[in-house]
Design a protein around this ligand. Structure first.
Ligand SMILES: Nc1ncnc2c1ncn2[C@@H]1O[C@H](COP(=O)(O)OP(=O)(O)OP(=O)(O)O)[C@@H](O)[C@H]1O
Ligand SMILES: [Mg+2]
Length: 345
């Protein structure tokens, strides 16, 4: 399985100027990722940590004040390697339509309220393929049936559908032309738990049918547990841990990831979630050293001043990307260098 999209030391900041004062929000700060063809890559982290910003950069769908100030995004698509910075807008657009689809945050509102669902599908399909209305209706009907959606949806207006059904239709719309790479930003967040399950199953079906790559953003680790092959944990614009889903759930090493996992309610429990103490830092003035140190129960002096590097911890030798485990934490690094039991034993 090769890499389909990668970033190297990517930095993307919101740079604004108001009343002569420049403000820089470091929303994506030095992120290196290798997303593998055919995998479900989950991106998790609290509100405001930069998830949507990262996705917009991966997609190449951004404009000022968001600016790439460092690093690069590289696509490996259709047998070609392309650096996003070298592509013209037209090349980007072209590649996107053919191979990439995007389910934006709050996407339940992307359906045109005054058009029937089948017409919205026709508009979309005919913009990219030379089809008659009859052909696009047939394609839509077949696809919706494949995904288990009722046929009457075709003739409905968006307001006649439930929230969960609208979200499923939106996902169907985004994937009907079988993109190789699907980006989904919080696709289940506005839905209640039962409806979420249906939407998760549908995303799984879509991804598996074509072996597409799915980059899935949600702050909900429970959704990642169900869908993702690997998870990257973002904290305040930084990637602080990355591993396969089982490792993240069963053997998280970064103190922040530990909090995220421990705050998961067990299936049958109605207990309050354990809250992470404190609040995420403001990204125009991120803390020095490790950005998590102010909230970290294990923080030492070094954490306040020196930024920890993202290091590969297990296995230490070079192995397939899918089994690598990365952590950016001084405490973990120190434990490893002593070769002893790790801190959370
Ligand atoms: N247009 C903008 N101008 C300035 N700052 C922005 C802008 N959009 C987002 N930000 C800031 O960038 C940071 C990252 O925002 P982003 O939307 O990527 O977070 P997120 O992880 O997707 O959050 P959520 O879970 O709430 O969707 C936040 O601090 C946010 O306030
Ligand atoms: Mg977001």
């Amino acid at each position: 399985m090769g890499t389909i999209i990668e970033t190297n030391n990517l930095r993307a900041y919101y740079i604004t100027k108001a009343y002569g004062v420049e403000r820089t929000v470091k929303a994506v700060d030095d992120i290196t990722l290798r997303i593998q063809e055919g995998e479900v890559y989950g991106i998790a982290g609290e509100s405001g940590c930069g998830k949507s910003t990262l996705l917009r950069i991966l997609l190449g769908a951004y404009q000022p004040p968001l600016t790439v100030v460092g690093g690069e995004v590289i696509y490996h698509l259709e047998g070609e390697t392309m650096n996003a910075a070298d592509m013209t807008e037209e090349q980007q657009r072209d590649m996107k339509w053919r191979t990439i689809s995007y389910i934006p945050q709050g996407s339940m509102h992307v359906l045109n309220p005054v058009r029937r669902i089948r017409d919205t599908f026709h508009d979309f399909i005919s913009a990219h393929r030379d089809v008659t209305k009859k052909e696009s209706f047939q394609l839509t009907a077949d696809y919706l049936r494949d995904l288990g959606l009722p046929e009457k949806v075709m003739a409905s207006y968006p307001h006649q559908l439930s929230g969960g059904m609208r979200q499923r239709v939106t996902i169907a719309l985004a994937t009907i032309l079988w993109p190789k790479l699907i980006f989904a930003d919080e696709p289940t967040t506005a839905l209640d738990v039962v409806v979420q399950r249906g939407v998760i199953q549908m995303l799984k079906d879509v991804q598996q049918k074509e072996g597409s790559t799915l980059v899935l953003i949600t702050h909900d680790i429970g959704v990642h547990a169900n869908l993702a092959d690997r998870i990257g944990i973002l904290y305040a614009g930084k990637l602080v841990e990355e591993a396969d889903t089982k490792t993240i759930l069963e053997n998280p090493r970064h103190p922040y990831t530990r909090y995220l996992i421990e705050s998961l309610p067990s299936l049958d429990s109605r207990e309050e979630r354990l809250a992470i103490p404190g609040r995420p830092p403001a990204l125009d003035r991120p803390p020095s050293g490790c950005r998590f140190h102010e909230r970290c129960p294990l923080a030492k002096e070094v954490c306040k001043t020196i930024e920890p590097a993202l290091i590969q911890i297990e296995p230490k030798h070079d192995v397939a990307v899918s089994t690598r485990h990365f952590v950016a934490c001084h405490v973990v690094e120190e434990e490893l260098s002593r070769g002893g039991e790790h801190v959370y034993a």
